[in-house]
Design a binder for this molecule. Sequence first.
Ligand code: NAI
Ligand SMILES: O=C(O)C1=N[C@H](C(=O)O)C[C@H](O)C1
Length: 269
Amino acid sequence: MDRIGIAVMGGSGRMGRMLCDLIRDSDDLRLVGVTEAPGHPWIGHDPGRMAGGADTGLCVTDTPAAAITDARAVIDFTTPGATVAMAQACAQAGIVHVIGTTGLSRDDIAAIDRAARQTTIVRAGNMSLGVNLLTQLVRQVAESLDDDYDIEIVEAHHRHKVDAPSGTALMLGHAAAEGRGVDLDAVSDRGRDGITGARGRGAIGFHAIRGGDIVGEHDVVFAADGERIVLRHVASDRSVFARGALRAARWAQGKAPGAYDMLDVLGLR
Ligand SMILES: NC(=O)C1=CN([C@@H]2O[C@H](COP(=O)(O)OP(=O)(O)OC[C@H]3O[C@@H](n4cnc5c(N)ncnc54)[C@H](O)[C@@H]3O)[C@@H](O)[C@H]2O)C=CC1
Ligand SMILES: O=C(O)C1=N[C@H](C(=O)O)C[C@H](O)C1
């Protein structure tokens, strides 16, 4: 069987390294390209050697088109600007683009959706099975409870994370808002500080903890007078995200162009 050629963006990053390792160890995938940011010290070198492992025979490049020549899918956990540029390159080449990058603006998402008219794009703020299942549970609980139950989302990540709320917190917030039949933008209350006044009825609150090496933890709290429900996901190993992304790359082969998410991949919709 022909292995699926995968290009990994941001090959020296926390997710990039893990993806390269998992692809190397898989039976049906082949690493065919690795990118890094312009000026990065890995450019022009073998990504395996730079990571302290075996040579891959590849050279890290900062040119998206060069990385994707032999690829049937690109897996991208980088930055919003790099992801939008890669979505356009994948659209031109007709290659699957799996996007895990978070912190995307509305304009970034609109640009990705435009690219998805020409190619198959799978994008999710969290690629793990557990979080995607949790979004369904959150939607269901929010649908069952009225706004006597205050919804608060608390997330915790490592000290290097640059965006807040996390992509996962936003997924969970959207699921809660959908269950309640409200628009998240209209009810979102982010990171209170100072004399904020009493909590608004129906608000969905977001709070971010940053510290140490926390991989990713999310609590969705439904708090009423006299009781509260807490739905929690804890990721203790980044491989749950990387395995989800590889599953998406396999699933997307031969799918019609369009914007998909992990609920489509996991059959949870
Ligand atoms: N959806 C999900 O399941 C997950 C999403 N993430 C998201 O993925 C992103 C990356 O996370 P980490 O790996 O922890 O960050 P990281 O900072 O360790 O890695 C990002 C890599 O992208 C590289 N990069 C930056 N600009 C680039 C460009 N123009 N071309 C190629 N590479 C470029 C950086 O040099 C770096 O090596 C973040 O947005 C994070 O929130 C992280 C984990 C899971
Ligand atoms: O930056 C991270 O590390 C993570 N980012 C994603 C997010 O923003 O939710 C997913 C996961 O929580 C790890």
